[in-house]
Design a binder for this molecule. Structure first.
Ligand SMILES: Cc1cc2nc3c(=O)[nH]c(=O)nc-3n(C[C@H](O)[C@H](O)[C@H](O)COP(=O)(O)OP(=O)(O)OC[C@H]3O[C@@H](n4cnc5c(N)ncnc54)[C@H](O)[C@@H]3O)c2cc1C
Length: 441
């Protein structure tokens, strides 16, 4: 079998790449090991940059139809009194509305739904899109991709091979890329439960030792993420579901009854966070995208977004190569040139957000409360945090910012104008620099 671009893995990253390529007339073949939907929970929060990319693919109306818009994230610090309502000792909120873009919101959407939307879109370009479900990519042999489907093994020849297989990537192995994994002192339990109709915005409730993140989904459901100490899963499970019901009720009374919809531990998924970032994305005519190249701590809700944003840049580059008669492999490094610094930045941001919730010391909690409050009080901090999280741009935190956050300097009185922000928002030249004649990349 012959194709222009072979993609191993039909997750969000591989499928977003397929939409970009097939819609611009590049022949793409995607081999996905699963035959059906995956039962596993994977990210559901689409950050603003991803929303913008999906809009460029003409998918925004459908995404909004099946998703739930989130504009605000509330942060509440509480002391828990078992059986009684939690005692609030601090609260603040951050809002995507501070971003100077029409994409100033995020969207919660079930992971399998976004995959379905992408797959259906790629299928509209049937002449250029070939999807092989139940096909496992085994590695390379004689420069060709080796695929196993049912009991048959066959080869696919392509101009470019993309590894989009997620965390365990045969393409990464073939590229001889090294990864250094970083682990954390906490794990998460995650489960979707029903929610009250009025629970519409994101919320994070924190105690000294834990937190419960709540992100509304459509159809009056809500994704919940409970932080636990690493290695505690078994002990918690032994205590039984009643213990989980109580923990939820103590942290968020609005979910006290709804949490009882969990009837079986099978509904609850254990999430073990870790991160890595490969030392190179490209080798010859092979490239990695999404989790095959980098895994991020889930705290800032970036993993799925980084995969789709990789796909956007890589898809644009490969389409441009085809339409401008440029060789693919000599231009692939430009993909890494654009994506690596952005991914590194968000990996660091997510890591810092994780650390904020990693230690139970009272002084650490005090610092955290101050820092979160100051992010709201100081508009520049607020804008930077939301813009950086959104993926729409990068505006680095300065030493002055950190001193303000740490209460060593007073809060600035002036608000940031949209015009000031624009300098830090990526435009076409930043996203696809190779297209511009004055680019020296
Ligand atoms: C438990 C969990 C919770 C997460 N929570 C969040 C979150 O809240 N927010 C967020 O943004 N991100 C989250 N993520 C991360 C997010 O799911 C990933 O970053 C994102 O799915 C990466 O997309 P991808 O396409 O690179 O990889 P994947 O989504 O992993 O897709 C890879 C695809 O390749 C297929 N595959 C694997 N090996 C082969 C092979 N050899 N041959 C053929 N096919 C193969 C797999 O079946 C899969 O369909 C979470 C991840 C996990 C595991």
């Amino acid at each position: 079998m012959q194709t222009e671009i072979f993609v191993a893995g039909g997750g969000v990253g591989g499928l977003a790449l397929a939409v970009k390529l097939a819609s611009s007339g590049v022949h793409v073949t995607v081999a996905e090991q699963l035959k059906d939907e995956s039962p596993l929970y994977k990210g559901e929060l689409l950050q603003p940059k991803t929303v913008a990319i999906l809009d460029q693919m003409d998918l925004l109306p459908e995404v909004l139809q099946y998703g739930h818009k989130i504009e605000t994230l509330a942060f509440q610090e509480v002391d828990v009194n078992p059986g009684r309502p939690p005692e609030e000792i601090g609260s603040t909120e951050l809002t995507y509305n501070r971003i100077a873009s029409t994409y100033n919101y995020s969207v919660m959407i079930p992971h399998e739904k976004i995959k379905e939307i992408l797959r259906n879109k790629a299928s509209e370009y049937g002449e250029h899109f070939h999807f092989i479900p139940g096909a496992r990519f085994l590695g390379f042999e004689n420069g060709q991709a080796k695929i196993k489907q049912a009991k048959e093994t066959y080869a696919i020849t392509a101009d470019v091979y993309i590894g989009a297989e997620g965390r365990s990537s045969p393409t990464r192995q073939a590229m001889d890329v090294s990864i250094k994994r970083k682990d954390y002192n906490h794990h998460f339990l995650t489960v979707t439960i029903p929610r009250p109709e009025s629970f519409l915005e994101g919320k994070i409730v924190t105690t000294r030792e834990s937190f419960l993140g709540m992100f509304p989904l459509p159809d009056n459901e809500i994704r919940t993420v409970l932080l636990i100490k690493a290695g505690q899963y078994k002990a918690i499970k032994e205590k039984g579901l009643e213990h989980v019901y109580e923990a939820y009720g103590d942290l968020e009374p609005r979910l006290k009854e709804h949490v009882r919809a969990i009837k079986d531990w099978k509904q609850i998924q254990l999430m073990v966070p870790y991160t890595y970032h490969v030392d190179h994305y490209v080798r010859g005519n092979m490239a990695l995208l999404g989790d095959a190249a980098h895994t991020v701590h889930p705290m800032a809700g970036e993993g799925m977004n980084l995969a789709i944003q990789d796909a956007d840049v890589l898809g644009e580059l490969l389409s441009w190569c085809k339409h401008n008669s440029k060789t693919y492999h000599s231009h692939l490094p430009y993909y890494e040139q654009v994506r690596r610094p952005r991914v590194s930045f968000l990996l660091k941001l997510s890591h810092l957000s994780a650390l904020v919730y990693s230690y139970p010391y009272p002084w650490w909690r005090q610092l955290r409360m101050q820092a979160v409050q100051r992010m709201y009080d100081d508009d520049q901090l607020h804008v930077k945090q939301m813009l950086n999280t959104s993926g729409l741009g990068i505006w680095n935190f300065s030493l002055v910012d950190r001193a303000i956050q740490g209460s060593m300097l007073p809060v600035r009185k002036k608000n940031i104008t949209d015009h000031q922000q624009q300098r830090y928002i990526f435009d076409e030249t930043d996203d696809y620099p190779w297209k511009h004649t004055n680019w020296k990349g």
